[in-house]
Write a protein of this length. Structure first.
Length: 220
């Protein structure tokens, strides 16, 4: 089989495939940073991944190449491929078209070492905070400030976003750094609550920012 990843290319990048001709590839959501899965690539899988812009793996159990999402449609669109410091592991930042795990979950890392189910691993505290806010939406109003906000409705939540935005702006021009940090934290929290109330995922906002960045880069 003719490899799409030539020896010359290997020498440039100094990638270290193991004794079976494989290298592990960690898949990370390019927008959220959430870890999605681990797969294995041989030279051909890596070559196809780079050439097509969608992730390919080598199946160790079936001993064949496989295009992730070929049957489910949940492909992984590549945004960047990195090698680690030892060049023996890859990090593939990709945009998932749907759930990555064959179980239908967003990430394959959904259980602890005892086998108990967990929420997908948070990529950042904002990611974790969005999940906490979602859990508070169905809580009783007397259980938390967030639950009381949801009980008061969209107008109250939007009002708080406006108030916190003004306070953050004032802190930015007339107060110290600590005050600006405090007001920015308040603004981000209330904005996440408003997004949740409207049914808009934080991921959608990140995607819009990424689209703008790509468009601006292309226009330069």
């Amino acid at each position: 089989m003719l490899s799409a990843w030539t020896a010359a290319q290997r020498n440039v990048l100094q990638l270290k495939f193991d004794a079976f001709g494989l290298i592990p590839a960690i898949i990370q959501d390019a927008l959220t940073g959430r870890v999605l899965m681990l797969g294995w690539m041989n030279e051909e899988a890596l070559g196809r991944t780079l050439r097509t812009g969608e992730v390919w793996f080598w199946s160790r159990s079936r001993q064949t190449l496989w295009h992730k999402g070929d049957t489910s449609g949940n492909v992984l669109r590549v945004r960047e491929v990195r090698a680690d410091c030892d060049a023996d592991c890859l990090l593939v930042r990709a945009e998932p078209a749907g759930p990555t795990c064959h179980t239908g979950r967003e990430s394959c890392f959904w259980q602890d070492v005892k086998g108990d189910a967990l929420q997908p691993p948070a990529a950042s505290f904002l990611d974790e905070l969005a999940e906490i806010v979602q859990s508070r939406r169905v809580a009783a109003p007397d259980e938390s400030y967030t639950a009381r906000l949801f009980a008061q409705g969209r107008l109250k939540i939007a009002q708080k976003v406006g108030e916190e935005g003004l306070e953050a702006a004032l802190a930015g021009v007339a107060q110290d750094d600590n005050r600006l940090i405090e007001e920015s934290a308040d603004l981000l929290f209330h904005l996440i609550v408003l997004l949740n109330e409207r049914g808009v995922a934080l991921r959608e906002v990140l995607a819009r920012l990424a689209e703008r960045h790509t468009r601006a880069t292309q226009e330069q």
